[in-house]
Structures are given as C-alpha cells and as structure tokens.
Design a protein around this ligand. Structure first.
Ligand code: ADP
Ligand code: MG
Length: 701
C-alpha cells in the first residue's frame, strides 16, 4: 500500500505505534497525518511572559512562573507519599507537588535555584498547588524567538495515560513537521492569495503549530480561518446556484380551489402582514419550477402553523401529497387535531402517523399513501421509515428543524423521484452568522410580527426563598380561571434521578395546592404516549389547572388559557430552552407571566441568561446572546452532525472573515457556477476532496 504523506495512517509516525494510534483514532478521531496536522493548538504559551504567584485565580489555566525553590519536603507515606517543593517569587509562595518519580525529582531540585515553572494550578483544600509541573532553568541567553511561542493541544485522560498530554502531542507534531515529505498542497488560487495577502498553506500549517513570531501566528490563523469558512461558503453557493439553474423542482402553477375555499370560508381571522408576505414568498418559489428549500423563522406563537397549512393546501391543489413532520408525538397529535379541525368540511384526507399508530392502521395508512387517497400526512419520525411511501409527495414541512438530525431529514427528500419542496420551520431564531454557515443554501423567510392582541409576557427572576409568594400569586391566577405550567429541569445525571426531581416537585405542589379546589397533573418523557396524551387532554380542557412537567412541553403545545410559566432551577436551562418554554404562555388575550426560580448561588453565565430573559422577549436577541455564551455547537445540536465541526474558525468571533469569505465565494460562483474554468481548478479539486471526506456534507440541504 502506498500512501501520500497526508493520507499516511498515524501509526506510521515516529513516536506513535499501534497503542497510541488506537487512542488517537478513538479519542480524537485522528486517523492520518493530514488529520493530525489539522489538530490545531487550542492555545499558545508565550515563554517570554511570566505570571506572579499572587495573580493565580480560579480561572487560571496553564501558567508560567519564574521563582526560587525555598523548601523541599517528602510528605505522607506509602501510597500517599508525595514530594512538595515550595517556590517563591516576589509576590508569594505556592507548592509544586509530585506523586510519582519522587526520588528522581528530589535529586534534580536545587534549593534557592531559580526555575521557570510551567503547569496548571489546581485548588486543593482551599489552596492552590501545581501538580507535576515542568521545570526549566532559565536559559542565558534568552530563548530564540522561534521557541518562545509554544503550542498547547487538547488532550484526554486516556491519551495522557499513554504519554500524550499536550507535550506528548507537541513532540508528535514536531516529528510530523520535520518529516522531509511534509508538504501541504495549496488549495487557494494565486489570485485569492495575492488579493487577500494570505500566507501560503505550507507556511500557515508550519506556523499554526510552531509560530516563528506572533505576527506569523496571526497570519497563519487568519489564513486557516479564511480557508475553512471559504470552502463552506463556496460549497453552499455552488449548491444553491445548481438548484436555481436546473429548474428541477415540481411546478405548482396555481392557487386552486382548496386554498381559495380555505381562505374565504375557513379562516376565522385575518392573516398578519408578515404571514401574508411569507406566503407570497413561498408562492413564488412553488410557481418557479425550482425546488423550494426554505427556512421559515418565526418566534413562538407567531403563527407558523397556518403558513404551513396554506402551503400544504397549495400542494394539494396541484395534485400532490404533502407531509408535516413534528419532533414529538404530543406535537404531531396537536398539529393533527388543529389541522383536521380547521379543515373539517373541506373534504381533504388528513392522516396521523406516529410511533404509536397501531399496526393494522399503519397498513391502511401505507396503502392510502401509495394509492394517493391520503393527501396530508402528519406525524413524527415514523414518517421517515423505509416503508412509508407516497404516490406523489410534493411538499415536506418540518416543524422545529433543529430537533431532527441532518441525515434524518435527508431521508424525507428521497421519498419522491423529484425532490419535494421543503419548508423547514423553526421558532429558535438562528443568528445571522450561524444561518449563513449552516443554511447558506436555504432561502429564509421571517415572520416578525405577532398576531394582534398579544400582550408582552412579564418575566421575573426570583430566588428560592420567595417561593411562598410565588405560590400565592399562582393561586390567585388560578382562582381567576387561569392555568399554569411548572417545569423542572433534567439534571442529566441519570433518568431515575431526573424523575425523582420531578416527582418530588410534584409532591410539593400537590401538598401546596390542595384538591378539590385545584387539580394538578404531571407529564414527563418516560410516560407512555397514551398517559401523556390523557394528561395533556385534561390540561387543554382545564380539568387540570397546574401541569407539572419536564421540557417535554417545550415545543409547540398550545393552551391559550395557561398564563403562568413557572420554571424551577431556571439556571439549569439553556437560553433557547427558556425562551421556548416561555413561549408556551402568552398565547391568549390575557396578560401572561414567566417566573424563573433559582438559588442564590449562580454562575455569572447563568446570571446573564436569566437577566437576558427578564430584559427581552425578542427571540433574535436571545439567540445572539445564546450563541455568544455557548458557542454554535451546542446551540443547534450540530456538534454530532459534524457540520459545524469548525477546526479553527469561530463564527461569532470571526464574523468578518465569514462575511468576507461568503462574498468572495458568491462572486466566484456567479462568474463560474460549476467551477469549470481552468483558473478555478484548484478550488474545484479541494471542494471535491472535502465532499468525499465528510459524509455529512452532502446532507445539509
Ligand atoms: P407557532 O408559530 O408557535 O407555531 P402557531 O402557529 O401555533 O404559532 O400559532 C399560535 C396561535 O396564534 C394559534 O392559536 C393560532 O391559531 C393563532 N394565530 C395564527 N395566526 C393568527 C392570526 N393571523 N391572527 C390571530 N391569531 C392567529
Ligand atoms: Mg408551532
């Protein structure tokens, strides 16, 4: 077997061997030399800078200290034995601790000698010490410039146990870069390199690992960030342009009978202007001959369901079937109830299909889909199953897209010979930068207006101690005929513990709100579907006034009479989750309230989350804050799907580079839509390479 340098398996690298190779693959997904080279340092240490001992705090990561050893002691016995060396600089003292190799280190240490100490301070019994630090005698003359900035690589406990801590990995990188065959082929055109004054690829890779100077480090970072974002944008631009050009979508030329009848006789309220505008945008897509690929963003309660319904009616008017997929059974059921209710008397065959649809009915549904008698199918993941086939599927609507894996969604696209039109709806506003990276090839519609008569939800953050006051408040609201949700977080240690947390809360609420005046119900994810539905039904019919729940009620549930959302341990929820939960109230005419309860002890991030909720109900503002606090991976659960596994760029911090790379990619694709021109060969080749090497890529749209 002959490998190119970059394709060479990691075990062939000097210093790796089969055991380490196994770990590198398993722990870091690094299989080849090329993978290893793109495992970039997550920070750098400037060996010319020192921290004062007195400046060490809780957040201090690795530090470099210049200090004298003032005391050396061996403490404890047997397995507890440790070597403690106390060091002192002009600001204070700190202990260095070794648990292994005591004798060897004790011999090497010289009292009153000045050392450069490098390590990670940890808090032990209320004091900082530095376990197993690195020691060096200050060199005279000082380090050469090329040695002053050193990389720090991420590692794991398992890797460390095989000697692959950041230093071990540094050694491997050195071996790799010193290899005479090391060469990073350029993947940007000369034109781009010159125009943007970018470092060439070889120099960028060399300097990202072993920067020769701070300036070169900066240039290496800029080049690699640009490269990463640029190829994402180039691919999205190319895809989008391909979709536009081919005219391969189903053509829905008319707005027919169903839409007209619905609009004039079944719709009980006027559409908001935003709804009208969005429906127009969708109409234009469907009538263009292109395949629609549209993302519909609209805050909770903004009336997306209605837009989906009208879009589905257009499909039906054009003799196509359509389906709507929701992330949970509760939601699918609710959509089914709402939609078949609104459509009653219109002679449209709507069907529900979920995991709990009985086998006999399932068969009937499958037959009805195949022969085309079922026109609208509403359901959950069950729709994705292989044996769910349509006669002519023309439109797929996906509610709350981020709950579905990318690969899952792609399975729906394939259910018709000609890819059906796609409308993806989300109530999680996606920050612009993220949308650009993730959905760059989707067209975006925004409903930025609420149906009339809604009052802004009042939000408060209160501490545990005020719970009685809050219960009194709840009581008064319920006595006025309203209902309330009380939500408990998943603590995620174990499902059993989560349940206990919820059940304890339920007991508290039961004893606080005595029957017969109040009736309390509970729903959680581990209940059977029928049980959940039964409780939800009672809540919808106001037979239950207080619903104690986990986040299973997070999405979509619509009970306008519920006006209080009480969230326990609110600090444990993410911002977008809090926003979603809050969206369960404020859906009727009455003033609604969201009460966030937490303990006094809050991390600064949790505090900022709660403050953000109190300050604003603007979903976009909340999403931007969320993105800033958590980073993009967590935000949409895209970490696993691998789409946003950015190696070096950060779409929050590198927004400018992102914008720039997007513009450039668009220009290039406008000039050369399928990258056929000779000058773009190098780009086409690299794009091809990326597509082959990451399966997930093909599935974005
Ligand atoms: P979401 O965007 O969160 O899915 P829904 O589609 O569930 O919102 O709509 C929320 C509520 O607003 C529903 O009860 C729906 O009937 C109602 N609604 C939707 N559009 C309008 C409108 N134009 N005027 C008044 N009420 C509306
Ligand atoms: Mg909805």
């Amino acid at each position: 077997m002959h490998y190119t340098f970059l394709e060479t398996p990691v075990e062939y690298l000097k210093g790796v061997g089969s055991a380490r190779a196994e770990l590198l693959k398993k722990e870091l997904q690094l299989f080849s030399f090329g993978d290893l080279l793109t495992f970039f340092p997550f920070r750098y240490i400037d060996r010319s800078k020192f921290v004062k001992i007195s400046e060490i705090t809780d957040d201090t990561a690795y530090v470099q200290i210049k200090a004298k050893v003032v005391r050396i002691q061996t403490l404890g016995s047997f397995r507890n034995q440790r070597l403690v060396a106390t060091i002192r600089d002009e600001s204070g003292e700190i202990d260095l601790v070794w648990f292994q190799g005591l004798k060897w280190i004790a011999d090497k240490l010289t009292p009153l000698q000045e050392y450069i100490i490098f390590g990670k301070p940890t808090l032990f019994n209320g004091r900082f010490n530095i376990p197993h630090p690195e020691l060096e005698i200050p060199s005279t003359p000082p380090l050469p410039l090329s040695e002053t900035i050193r990389p720090v690589y991420g590692s794991t406990e398992k890797l460390k146990s095989k000697g692959l801590d950041y230093k071990g990995i540094t050694k491997l990188m050195k071996n790799l870069l010193l290899n005479e065959k090391f060469q990073m082929p350029e993947n940007l055109t000369r034109e781009i390199l010159n125009q943007l004054h970018l470092l060439n690829r070889q120099d960028a890779f060399t300097n990202i690992h072993f920067p020769k100077s701070p300036e070169l480090l900066f240039k290496a970072q800029a080049r690699l960030k640009f490269e990463e974002l640029f190829f994402i944008q180039l691919r999205l631009a190319k895809q989008r342009s391909g979709r536009m050009e081919k005219k391969t979508g189903l053509l829905f030329p008319k707005v027919g009978d169903y839409v007209n009848r619905f609009y004039h006789h079944h719709l009980t309220f006027p559409l908001t202007n935003a709804q009208k505008r969005v429906i127009k945008e969708i109409r234009a897509d469907l009538g263009s001959g292109n395949q629609m690929n549209r993302l519909l963003q609209g805050d909770v309660g903004s009336g997306k369901t209605l837009v989906a319904l009208m879009t589905m009616l257009i499909a039906v008017d054009n003799h196509c079937q359509c389906c709507l997929m929701a992330p949970t059974e509760i939601l699918a059921n609710q959509h089914y109830q709402t939609i078949s209710g609104i459509l009653s008397g219109m002679d449209i065959h709507v069907q529900l299909l979920t995991g709990s649809t009985r086998a006999a009915l399932r068969r009937t549904v499958r037959d009805g889909l195949l022969d085309g008698t079922i026109q609208m199918l509403i359901g959950t993941h069950a729709l994705l199953e292989e044996n769910v086939r349509f006669k002519k599927l023309g439109l797929v609507v996906i509610d709350e897209q981020h709950r579905f894996g990318v690969a899952q969604r792609a399975r729906l696209w394939k259910k018709n010979e000609i890819t059906p039109h796609i409308l993806v709806m989300t109530a999680t506003p996606i920050p612009r930068t993220l949308a650009m990276t993730l959905y760059g090839d989707l067209d975006v519609s925004v409903i930025d207006e609420m149906p009339p008569g809604r009052k802004t939800i009042q939000t408060r953050h209160v501490y545990d101690q005020e719970r009685q006051k809050i219960y009194d408040f709840l009581r008064s609201k319920i006595r006025h005929g309203r209902q309330s949700y009380i939500v408990y977080p998943l603590i995620q240690e174990s499902e059993t513990l989560d349940l206990k947390n919820l059940v304890d809360g339920y007991q508290t609420i039961l004893s606080e709100f005595s029957s017969p005046e109040f009736s309390v119900g509970m729903v959680h994810g581990q209940m059977k579907q029928q049980e959940k539905d039964a409780v939800m039904k009672q809540f919808i019919e106001n037979k239950i006034q207080i619903l104690v729940a986990t986040t299973v009620i997070e999405v979509g549930v619509d009970v306008p009479n519920a006006t209080v959302m009480l969230i326990e341990n609110a600090d444990r929820f993410g911002l977008s989750q809090l926003h979603q939960l809050r969206g369960r109230v404020g859906r009727g005419q009455d003033q609604s309230f969201c009460i966030l309860i937490s303990g006094y002890k809050l991390s600064s991030e949790a505090h900022e989350r709660l403050q953000t909720m109190v300050r604003t109900t603007d979903g976009f503002e909340i999403a931007e804050t969320d993105l800033r606090l958590r980073g993009p991976g967590d935000l949409l659960g895209t970490q696993q799907s691998g789409i946003l596994n950015l190696r070096i760029a950060d779409i929050v911090k590198d927004e400018q580079i992102l914008q720039f790379s997007r513009n450039l990619a668009n220009q290039i694709i406008i000039d050369d839509p399928s990258l056929k021109k000779e000058k773009n060969d190098i780009l086409a080749q690299h794009l091809n390479h990326i597509e082959q090497h990451s399966q997930n890529w093909g599935l974005i749209s």
